[in-house]
Design a protein around this ligand. Structure first.
Ligand code: INI
Length: 155
């Protein structure tokens, strides 16, 4: 994220509410994504509401409830769908992706997609604080960058 954008959001941190929805399926992975995201949000100091759902398919509805009830300015969605262990991998991936994309356009706010879709467990773990970084932390940065952009373009 560009340095000026972090400063812009830090300065106005008290104006923002962010929702975080984490699915518990493959929790070894998703708990690490959540940790990475919350660490970033705590550092900036924004208010957040942090909820969990059973699986990735449940994420869009919980995100919608958060947006409506808590007036969130952005939502971060976190999950892990692993092909090797899922016969209906494609259905789960398509369902959560479609739901999140529709939500962000319907509500005109960022709904950041942090659902890992990998071939196997090690690939997912590598992206949850391992060799390939932490997708949860990256998603929190994306949410903050988009809020900074919305300050420029939307309001
Ligand atoms: N949900 C996931 O988040 N990841 C998975 O890998 C997964 N698999 O393997 O099936 C999964 N399934 C559950 C699904 O998200 C729903 O919770 C369930 O279908 C009930 O709606």
């Amino acid at each position: 994220m560009i340095k000026g954008q972090i400063e812009a959001i830090k300065k106005h941190a008290d104006e923002y509410v962010i929702g975080v929805v984490t699915s518990r399926f493959n929790e070894v992975v998703t708990s690490k994504l959540r940790e990475g995201a919350l660490e970033e949000l705590n550092e900036v100091g924004v208010t957040y509401f942090d909820v969990s759902v059973p699986g990735a398919v449940e994420i869009p509805l919980a995100a919608q409830w958060l947006i409506e009830s808590k007036k969130c300015d952005a939502v971060i969605t976190l999950g892990a769908v692993i092909r090797g262990e899922t016969s209906h991998f494609d259905y789960v991936c398509n369902s959560v992706e479609r739901g999140c994309t529709e939500l962000q356009l319907k509500f005109n706010i960022p709904v950041v997609f942090g659902v890992l879709t990998t071939e196997n467990g090690p690939q997912a773990l590598a992206r949850a604080g391992g060799a390939k970084g932490n997708k949860g932390k990256e998603c929190a940065q994306v949410a903050l960058e988009m809020l900074a952009l919305s300050r420029e373009l939307k309001r």
